[in-house]
Design a protein around this ligand. Structure first.
Ligand code: TYD
Length: 203
């Protein structure tokens, strides 16, 4: 289901841990200013209270529902911003659950999709999926000094990356971005993609 036509556009940034999404969100928001576009950056997990529950949840199903619950209220915030005319750049959205819970945790893709369809009908206009090797991503995480056991789990990150690549083949406004280069170069590709999609002209 499409969403109401609003002036704002919704861009989701996706990828396994350490693929550089947060840096690219900042670069993209900055770039959009050149076109008179004000972008708001947001992220998932969104609600710290729900994140706490996710971290202590011992059931995959429970965590999957909690990610979706978080997304349900996050979506309302995004829709309100879009209606106000802001562009929204979200660091993770529904594809994160498809890639991590279905791909990484091996839950049934159809079930994860159903739970998420129940949580929100909102879909991004464009999803940029950052992709690089797990070892490249691990290096980035080390530089950031925030590697957790979750982030270090190579086999999981590999499964997540593979699921993202499968999702990209479905289309639906998804685009794989090679994220192995340095941030500046990846940023230039992101700019090209966004500029082309919306035929942006400098003011
Ligand atoms: P992340 O944005 O990577 O947090 P940080 O920047 O602190 O590393 O998200 C935290 C983890 O949650 C990440 O490993 C991906 C995972 N996750 C899911 O498994 N499913 C989801 O639906 C979302 C949004 C995140």
């Amino acid at each position: 289901m499409g969403r109401k036509k609003t002036r704002g556009r919704f861009i989701a940034l996706e990828g396994a841990d350490g693929t550089g999404k947060s840096t690219q969100a900042l670069l993209l928001a900055d770039f959009l200013k050149h076109f008179g576009i004000e972008a708001k950056i947001t992220r998932e997990p969104n609600n710290p209270a729900i994140l706490k529950l996710i971290e202590t949840c011992t059931s995959k199903e429970g965590a999957c529902l909690l990610f979706a619950a978080d997304r349900a209220s996050h979506s309302q915030k995004i829709e309100a911003l879009l209606e106000e005319g802001f562009w929204v750049i979200s660091d993770r959205f529904t594809d994160s659950s498809l890639a991590y819970q279905a791909g990484g945790w091996e839950m049934k893709l159809g079930e994860v999709e159903k739970v998420n369809a129940f949580a929100t009908p909102l879909k991004p206009d464009l999803t940029l999926i950052f992709s690089c090797t797990p070892s490249r991503a691990a290096k980035r995480m080390r530089r950031r000094g925030n590697e957790s056991s979750f982030d270090q789990n190579f086999p999981l990150q590999r499964k997540v990356g593979n699921e993202y690549r499968l999702l990209a083949r479905r289309g639906g406004g998804r685009k794989i971005m090679d994220a192995s280069a340095e941030a500046r170069k990846v940023g230039a590709r992101v700019r090209e993609e966004v500029k082309r999609k919306w035929k942006l002209q400098t003011r």
